[in-house]
Write a protein of this length. Structure first.
Length: 129
């Protein structure tokens, strides 16, 4: 099976660096799967669960946003915040929702609409953990 290099980093640490056969990504414009020989792509993340398949293992991470670069040989994710899904409790997600709501309250116009969408996407994480 063909593989590609996968790297996941957040400002705090490198969470993963491995050979993967596919990566399911919560893109800002919708979920997509990156695989070896994927067309080059640069996009943003929305809050969601990122799934990495390496051999028969699947590892999941909760991400809050960030950037993704996909090339034919690699997928790199620079996440605003990322934690292994097993470490993401309801209390953790509710804290993220509270932070997103506070940020949305101080914005106006189109920026507030974007922030409110982030609140909604972050709340949806509760259904995924």
């Amino acid at each position: 099976m063909a593989t590609m290099q996968f790297d996941l980093v957040s400002p705090e640490r490198k969470l993963a660096s491995l050979e993967a056969s596919e990566v399911e990504i919560p893109g800002a414009d919708g979920d997509f799967t990156a695989m070896p020989d994927h067309s080059p792509l640069l996009t943003t993340l929305r809050p969601g669960v990122l799934k990495v398949k390496a051999g028969s293992d699947v590892t999941e991470y909760v991400v809050t946003g960030g950037f993704v670069e996909v090339s034919p040989t690699a997928t790199s994710v620079l996440a605003e915040m990322a934690v292994p899904k097993a470490d993401a409790s309801a209390d953790f997600i509710n804290g993220l929702v509270d932070d997103a709501q506070k940020a949305a309250e101080i914005l106006t116009g189109p920026e507030r609409d974007v922030a409110n969408k982030r609140v909604s996407d972050t709340k949806a994480l509760l259904d995924l953990i």
